[in-house]
Design a protein around this ligand. Structure first.
Ligand SMILES: CC(C)(COP(=O)(O)OP(=O)(O)OC[C@H]1O[C@@H](n2cnc3c(N)ncnc32)[C@H](O)[C@@H]1OP(=O)(O)O)[C@@H](O)C(=O)NCCC(=O)NCCS
Length: 146
């Protein structure tokens, strides 16, 4: 069974960032370190754990502006994709965003993932912009109902 939890120990954070790097950076040959951004210290981190305690999915949340949550670095290990884990992680961050009083959540989505976010109620708001020279990102938003 997959559980959603938050990293707490140094080892858990290492595994959390390792999965983020493996899914979102390594395939494009980006160097280690590029998997982190300036918002790590003010973010809440969530990870999906399998029965063996391995990290198989990750996502983070921070308040981008008053009432607006930024959902970022959503990634699921390749062999665990299309099993509902991405959706579980999105539900977890959206639940937390509501708890914190946020009314909107958004994500800088890869242009290849906009259909995925649309499936869960997000819509494109911005214009695509280049990211790390290999992909384009576009801001997508979802209103959180009360
Ligand atoms: C995108 C991602 C997070 C989705 O997580 P997931 O656990 O595989 O997705 P879920 O199981 O929650 O949802 C599956 C459904 O979403 C849809 N879906 C999944 N990936 C999709 C994609 N890239 N584009 C469009 N729809 C997609 C499908 O409808 C799928 O249902 P189906 O298998 O019955 O057709 C995951 O595939 C991933 O990590 N991809 C690589 C990194 C990435 O692109 N991250 C997004 C950051 S912008």
């Amino acid at each position: 069974m997959i559980k959603i939890t938050t990293p707490a120990t140094r080892e858990e954070y290492k595994a959390y960032y390792a999965l983020r790097y493996k899914v979102l950076r390594e395939p494009w040959g980006h160097p280690k370190g590029t998997e982190k951004d300036d918002y790590e210290p003010i973010s809440e981190h969530f990870m999906a754990i399998n029965e063996a305690g391995e990290v198989v999915g990750v996502v983070k949340l921070y308040e981008k502006s008053a009432g607006v949550g930024s959902v970022s670095h959503l990634a699921v290990a390749q062999e665990y994709q299309r099993k509902g884990i991405g959706h579980m992680l999105l539900n977890a961050v959206e639940h937390r965003a509501r708890e914190r009083g946020m009314t909107v959540v958004g994500s800088m989505s890869r242009v290849t993932s906009t259909a995925y976010f649309e499936k869960w109620g997000y819509h494109v708001v911005g214009l695509p912009a280049p990211h790390l020279g290999t992909t384009n990102l576009v801001w997508m938003e979802k209103k959180l109902d009360d």
